[in-house]
Design a protein around this ligand. Structure first.
Ligand SMILES: Cc1cc2nc3c(=O)[nH]c(=O)nc-3n(C[C@H](O)[C@H](O)[C@H](O)COP(=O)(O)OP(=O)(O)OC[C@H]3O[C@@H](n4cnc5c(N)ncnc54)[C@H](O)[C@@H]3O)c2cc1C
Length: 449
């Protein structure tokens, strides 16, 4: 397992899982290493959900398919998810948000863990959990292997191609690839959030309260006053609310009495710094405790509400943006450009939280049906046998604020894994990928281009 790999995928989040499955299905010998004990990344360890939209901007056609769609279908079949075709914006499943929130996918994190293990093993991917990438073994402009740390100690793992799906671009960074941290002009980073799942509530009562107040949702001074802002105001006046949020993000899950709470906000967290991450975990749990107490005291149907679980990893929206052959820009997405070397299309809006202060929120839908993301954004500068996929792709901070959501990350992973396998088959570097051929294989595998 350690020495005989064509492709090493580092990080088993939405991007990494799809990269590994895609590469293995194309005949490559693939090892996936993951620092935690499960795959899914933010979707499982971060309890983030639902999967944002996979449809075009009109909400008519499902445009992110491929491995993402297979994962969704398997989850739906087993009762772990609701199919996005059946979910509309403006409902409990979208926290009553309308714009950009049609056809999202509510799912159970526990179900996702099972399905991802199953699909990886079916594709013959070798998996090593509890294995953390430490540093690359470099020879000129190639990574010949990586040093990892696990309970077995320090070990070197060798592979012909490496795909960095760590979210933070740890591999590219340690291999000396240039990067930007957060927003390019000011270095501002989107805030972190401790997700939690809430149970033991009367969902009909919660929904009735919010439905009665829907005409009370408004935006003022760049701040969205949405679900339960009337109750947050009351709690603040009583000294029971100290968070810098005015309303609650609550997304109903497939099980009727369970909700995914996306409300805590921790500013300035640097996920590449241990002290900062540690602070964020502690502060996040403290905020989750304040929020559940708020639910019990102020929200109809919630007097016995429980935290079913807080995330085992603080939710990180942004960190390093690795510099690749092309940097995707917000202008590219908003003007709905589809470059010739696009490896997937998406319509996710720019969704940048709090970078100019705890209450700021930039949500900008695109001007068109969808945009394309070019292969060049997955090809880092400097290192010839490395690809990146997921939220650390080569993009400006605002563009990354759109494609960071999970369906595009999965599509990126599928493209990177397929390109890596092609490079093994045809004995060339990933930089020399024949993108026409790559696109043909992707289309054959149900990717919409
Ligand atoms: C608060 C918040 C709300 C969000 N809301 C939504 C939403 O509603 N819908 C949506 O679709 N998306 C949402 N997102 C975005 C989405 O969850 C992430 O951007 C997405 O999961 C990124 O996928 P990824 O595979 O790039 O990284 P991750 O999901 O972060 O996965 C990276 C994986 O790599 C592993 N790893 C990291 N470093 C190492 C290392 N050195 N060695 C080994 N393994 C390593 C990690 O353990 C993890 O499993 C949200 C994100 C946050 C934080």
């Amino acid at each position: 397992m350690i020495n005989d790999n064509d492709i090493l995928v580092i990080g088993g989040g939405p991007a990494g899982v799809c990269a590994a499955i895609a590469a293995a299905r194309e005949g490559a010998k693939v090892l996936l290493i993951e620092q935690s004990g499960c795959c899914g990344g933010m979707a499982t360890s971060g309890l983030v959900g639902p999967f944002m939209t996979c449809y075009d901007a009109k909400g008519e056609n499902m445009i992110i398919r491929g491995i993402f769609e297979e994962i969704v279908n398997r989850m739906v079949e087993k009762g772990f998810a609701i199919h996005p075709k059946d979910v509309l914006g403006g409902t409990c499943f979208s926290s009553w948000i309308k714009i950009g929130h049609d056809h999202i996918t509510p799912f159970e994190a526990e179900g996702l863990k099972l399905i991802l293990d199953e699909m990886l093993l079916e594709a013959n991917v070798s998996i090593l959990y509890h294995t953390t990438f430490a540093k690359p073994v470099l020879e000129d402009n190639k990574i010949t292997g990586v040093t990892v740390l696990s309970k077995s100690g320090f070990e070197n793992i060798y592979a012909k191609v490496v795909i960095d799906c760590t979210g933070d671009g740890d591999v590219a960074f340690r291999a000396g690839v240039p990067f930007e941290m957060g927003n390019e002009e000011l270095g501002l980073i989107q805030p972190a959030t401790m997700f939690f799942h809430m149970s033991n509530v009367d969902s009909d009562a919660i929904e009735a309260d919010i439905n009665d107040n829907l005409d009370n949702f408004y935006r003022k001074d760049g701040v969205n006053y949405r679900s339960l802002h009337w109750r947050v105001t009351e709690a603040r006046e009583n000294g029971d609310w100290s968070l810098n949020r005015v309303s609650i993000g609550l997304f109903r899950m497939p099980k009727k009495d369970e909700w995914c709470i996306n409300t805590s906000r921790i500013m300035g967290v640097d996920s590449t710094n241990n002290e900062s991450l540690t602070f964020a975990e502690i502060e996040g749990r403290k905020q989750a405790d304040e929020i559940i107490k708020f639910f019990r005291k102020y929200v109809p149907g919630c007097k016995d509400a429980r935290i079913k679980s807080t995330a085992s990893h603080i939710g990180i929206r942004e960190s390093r943006h690795i510099q690749g052959e092309y940097r995707l820009t917000a202008e590219d997405l908003l003007s709905a450009k589809v470059p010739e070397d696009s490896v997937f299309i998406a319509a996710n809006s720019v969704d940048v939280h709090g970078r100019f202060g705890p209450k700021s929120n930039e949500y900008v839908p695109i001007n068109g049906d969808y945009y394309g993301v070019p292969f060049r954004c997955l090809v880092p500068q400097k290192i010839d046998n490395l690809l990146v996929a997921g939220r650390c792709l080569s993009a400006d901070s605002t563009a990354a604020g759109a494609v960071r959501v999970m369906p595009p990350c999965m599509a990126m992973g599928q493209a990177a894994g397929t390109a890596a396998a092609l490079s093994i088959k045809n004995k060339h570097s990933v930089r020399e990928t024949d993108v026409k051929m790559l696109r043909e294989i992707l289309v054959k595998n149900n990717v919409i281009l």
